[in-house]
Design a protein around this ligand. Structure first.
Ligand code: NAD
Ligand code: GLY
Length: 364
């Protein structure tokens, strides 16, 4: 039996492993029999990813005696919809797959969120395996069980918590990821350092160039560290009732910026980059951190060519969108603010005046 490196997500009877490493897909498929006795599999993927890795996955399944059917979506947020979920559910129902059959989500966060949503609904939950192929999905969206589709009234508005039975993060797939997608994932990597691990932040600073160029020695380290942090947080607060909020560092302003620009101008990670700088400005305005911490985070984001400002024409729209954040209490947005690099707190009572001052600092 082949050996794999993994990080465990500690959820008692629903513990699962995030397997990670280069060229691990063959070994993961070999281990599939530990997760399901059923020989029928269903694959959800997007057309970009399937063109690259579909035939490899199909060959591995065939070699191990599985049969499969698939549903390939168009890349992009529009596919993360109720309508697309229904099409997939209809297909699986027509095949009358058992709830022990595995649904494999091969792709980025869009594929994973959509496929997980389907897996949660099908016969009250079928075996679900995340096979993430973007950096963002490998360090964040494939772990922790948040699954959702979008609604015309908001992103991720229909969803639930449904944990995968395993995550297969094959780092080789990252080689074909466009640089802009790689960099967008780096924003989430930096997030973990700021919320939980100052030493990891130093590591990112020291290795910034190698990280940018996806050096094969540093990539496994960053994936492992991010997954360890996410696994620990999810293990303590699976349903996002307290501690898990810290994973939203940079997301309050980030989501508002995505919403204010109709989800077309910024990749999620790019908006989070701006939002992290915003959170640091807020923390500075409240006397919680010094200027040096903000400058270091900004420098690293700029080195990776991530945005740290937005257009002044968006200020009012961003302010309005902030009131509609999913995590708002009343119309009061919730912010995750650093006390130092590696430690954050949850703040709910920041005045509109201070928020506006922060946004003014953020505009070009
Ligand atoms: P994505 O799934 O759209 O992938 C980005 C692009 O890269 C797509 O065009 C895709 O076709 C392409 N691609 C993916 N893997 C590739 C590969 N290996 N080689 C070449 N091209 C590849 O986007 P994403 O950034 O992975 O995910 C964003 C989504 O994740 C958003 O919908 C967001 O809401 C969600 N998300 C969910 C969570 C969660 O906890 N569930 C967390 C963060 C983000
Ligand atoms: N991406 C935020 C969370 O999983 O809670």
């Amino acid at each position: 039996m082949c050996k794999l490196q993994y990080v465990e997500v500690p959820l008692k009877e629903r513990n699962y492993r995030i397997y990670y490493g280069y060229d691990i897909l063959a070994c993961c498929v070999q281990k599939l029999k530990e997760l399901t006795k059923d020989k029928e599999v269903f694959i959800v993927s997007d057309s970009n990813v399937y063109a690259q890795y579909g035939s490899l996955l199909e060959k591995l399944l065939r070699d191990h005696g599985y049969t499969w059917d698939s549903h390939i979506i168009r890349p992009g947020e529009k596919s993360k919809s109720w309508q697309e979920a229904e099409i997939i559910l209809n297909k699986i129902l027509e095949k009358n797959l058992s709830r022990n059959s595995a649904l494999l989500a091969l792709g980025g966060g869009i594929t994973g969120d959509l496929a997980g949503f389907v897996a949660a609904l099908y016969k009250r939950g079928m075996t679900f395996i995340q096979v993430p192929t973007t950096l963002l999905a490998q360090v964040d969206s494939s772990v922790g069980g948040k699954v959702a589709v979008n609604h015309p009234l908001g992103k991720n508005m229909l969803g639930t918590f449904y944990q995968p039975a395993a995550v297969w993060a094959d780092l080789s797939t990252l080689q074909t990821l466009p640089q802009a997608e790689w960099v967008a994932g780096l924003a989430e990597v930096l997030k973990y350092a700021v919320i939980k691990d100052e030493a990891f932040f130093y590591f990112l600073e020291e290795q910034a160039d190698k990280i940018w160029s996806r050096d094969a020695e540093v990539v496994p380290h960053i994936i492992r560290r991010c997954c360890q942090i996410k696994a620990q947080v999810v293990g303590e607060d699976e349903r996002d009732e307290g501690l898990r909020n810290i994973l939203n560092f940079g997301h309050t302003i980030g989501h508002a910026l995505e919403k204010a620009t109709g989800f077309t101008e910024y990749r999620h990670g790019e908006a989070v980059a701006v939002g992290m700088v915003g959170a640091l400005y807020l923390a500075e305005l409240l006397g919680m951190v010094n200027r040096e911490s903000t400058d270091r985070v900004k420098r690293l984001l700029e080195q990776w060519q991530l945005p740290t400002t937005f257009s002044s024409s968006l200020i009012e729209d961003v302010l309005t969108s902030l009131q509609y954040d999913k995590k708002s209490l009343g119309k009061q947005p919730v912010f995750i603010l650093p006390e130092k690099l590696g430690k954050v707190v949850i703040k709910r009572d920041i005045s509109r005046e201070i928020i506006k001052q922060c946004l003014i600092k953020l505009v070009k």
